[in-house]
Design a protein around this ligand. Structure first.
Ligand SMILES: Nc1nc2c(c(=O)[nH]1)N[C@H]1C(S)=C(S)[C@@H](COP(=O)(O)O)O[C@H]1N2
Ligand SMILES: [Mo]
Length: 549
């Protein structure tokens, strides 16, 4: 068929450019609103909420904490394809293309509204974007095909893209583009005008999207700095024990015993870090209580503060994975506030809620027994970083983060497992999530080549944790040999990880494997039974293959 394929191609480009205009205007406008009003963030957030639990697991396994970037890149790709299709359709049916693009905008607006922290006002950026993009699409299609093409709209037989291409000869510019060989000076000029217009608008769109992203980055980092300067953490009433130097195994490649804030793993469903205004923040405690409580940040900071070292672990952590971090937290015991509110009989759970709608179900006893469950404001001597829940989050020793560690905390509802279900529990994960005993080899890395030292020895090292129970022993097996007792760095508390090391004195050159297992403080050996992270945490012994050269 001698249809002007070029015209269809340029229609697709027009669709993509109009789509870019939509996003660019909306993202730029969203700078004046909350970060969750940006359509990309809202659509991504809605997607995160509806994907089946296995997908989250798979994405985290494949991409780790790059999961958010992967999601945005995939969304961008899908969006480019959709807008290209809409543009192509617009070759024959401009009104339909306009309606479809407006429909995409409307869908994004609906998804913006589903976000917990958004209000009706937050649809405005996407509305602006759509209001600019739809006329832009019509204009661009007109630029590609010329005004004559509109005459083909609705004409018999012109109801498909193929037909549009066929009838495109009715449209001087389109024909010129497609035929190419006829190339009169006029046609060439018309073609050049089209391309220049499209590329110009496209370039402006790309610049605007980049500008919006940079703008968001700058405002976000400014805000974080301003917030951090806003208050000085109170001194703890109860201090955490000092950390002896031996807690750190000094071996190249070992993680720091205390994880620096900027290296601390981050896992959450929030595509844009919620920006919580500390002046407007308050925590509401309600449900099965004698007396509802509401406490603002100034009042919270007046409460007696407890400092505790606690190792946080994600239920999605695979065997040998790095979704665990150890920090010194500062906060008010949850117990203190629950006692003040007066927990009523029959309650067995506290549903904590984040400003972004995330919820976690924590067994009541984990918040009222003597462990250091905190309403935390400090992390390693600083106010909580925005990514880790500023201004206030929960930290509960011994439970995976998804059932306990609510960031950007706003609400505690005293309730019953029978009556309320938390975010991940409605998505196939277990309602309760005690942390399983785990151990991992950090040195060597998989497939590393090690050189034995002058004595023919190789140093191995790693990490083990069993929050609340503590770690009493770590054993290491090389190839099919005997289990050897590893040397433990100091255990600081039962809620913190321990580092281990082993000097393998008679390291033979060649390929080897090292397997590690821990015994908890109650004398229970870590299970060798392999389990995937879903529904209640991975298990199994970690093995690393390496070569001695
Ligand atoms: N608001 C909110 N809080 C949240 C989550 C979340 O998705 N949203 N994820 C939880 C999970 S699954 C984990 S493992 C921890 C991780 O805390 P971190 O990002 O500070 O390491 O936060 C918990 N708190
Ligand atoms: Mo998690």
């Amino acid at each position: 068929m001698t249809a002007p394929r070029g015209a269809a191609r340029w229609s697709a480009v027009a669709g993509v450019v109009a789509g870019l205009v939509l996003v660019a205007v909306a993202e730029l406008a969203s700078l004046a609103f909350s970060s969750s009003s940006a359509p990309f963030v809202a659509v991504g957030g809605a997607f995160v909420d509806i994907v089946p639990p296995g997908v989250k697991d798979l994405v985290i396994r494949l991409f780790g904490t790059w999961d958010k970037l992967v999601l945005f890149a995939s969304m961008g790709a899908v969006y480019l394809v959709l807008t290209a299709l809409i543009g192509r359709l617009g070759a024959a049916r401009r009104a339909l293309a306009a309606v479809l693009l407006a429909g995409l905008g409307a869908l994004a607006m609906a998804l913006v509204l589903t976000r917990a922290q958004n209000t009706a006002l937050d649809v405005l950026p996407t509305l602006f974007g759509t209001l600019v993009a739809v006329p832009a699409l019509l204009l661009l299609l007109r630029t590609v095909h010329g005004p004559a093409a509109s005459g083909t709209e609705g004409a018999p037989g012109a109801d498909g893209v193929g037909a549009a291409e066929g009838t495109g000869t009715a449209d001087g510019a389109g024909a010129a583009d497609g035929a190419g060989t006829t190339g009169s000076a006029d046609e060439a000029r018309a073609r050049w005008t089209r391309r220049r217009a499209l590329l110009g608008v496209g370039a402006v769109g790309v610049l605007a999207v980049v500008g919006a992203a940079v703008g968001r980055g700058i405002t976000a980092s400014r805000e974080v700095a301003a917030r951090a300067a806003r208050y000085v953490l109170p001194a703890p009433r109860t201090s955490a024990p000092p950390i002896p130097a031996e807690a750190q195994v000094e071996l190249e490649g070992m993680p720091r015993y205390l994880t620096p804030n900027q290296d601390f793993y981050r896992i959450d469903t929030a595509l844009a870090v919620p920006r919580v205004d500390p002046a407007a923040w308050s925590l509401r405690i309600h449900g099965l209580v004698d007396q509802e409580l509401e406490i603002d940040l100034a009042a919270l900071l007046e409460e007696p503060m407890v400092e505790a070292h606690v190792t946080l672990t994600c239920v999605s952590n695979a065997v040998g994975g790095d979704l665990a971090g150890n920090a010194t937290w500062l906060g008010v015991p949850v117990r203190t506030l629950l006692e003040r509110a007066g927990v009523q009989d029959g309650a067995d759970m506290v549903l904590s809620r984040s400003i972004d709608g995330f919820t976690a179900s924590t067994p009541l006893e984990a918040l009222t027994d003597d462990r250091d469950s905190l309403i935390a404001v400090g992390m390693n001597g600083e106010p909580l970083p925005a990514e880790h829940g500023y201004p206030v989050r929960m930290v509960v020793p011994g439970l995976y983060g998804y059932v306990s560690a609510t960031k950007w905390l706003t609400e505690l509802k005293v309730t019953r497992f029978e009556d309320d279900v938390a975010y991940w529990s409605t998505r196939g994960w277990s309602e309760r999530g005690p942390i399983k005993t785990a151990s991992r080899v950090d040195v060597p890395r998989s497939f590393a080549e090690l050189e034995a030292d002058a004595d023919g020895a190789v140093m191995l090292g790693g990490t083990a944790w069993a929050q609340q129970r503590g770690v009493s022993a770590v054993e290491v097996r090389i190839d099919d040999g005997q289990w050897r007792e590893a040397q433990l760095g100091a255990e600081v508390t039962a809620d913190t990880w321990v580092q281990w090391s082993l000097r393998w004195g008679d390291a033979e050159p060649g390929d080897h494997s090292v397997t590690v297992r821990a015994t908890d403080g109650e004398g229970t050996l870590q299970t060798s039974q392999r389990a995937a992270p879903a529904p209640d945490g991975a298990s199994g012994w970690h093995t690393v293959r390496f070569t001695v050269v």
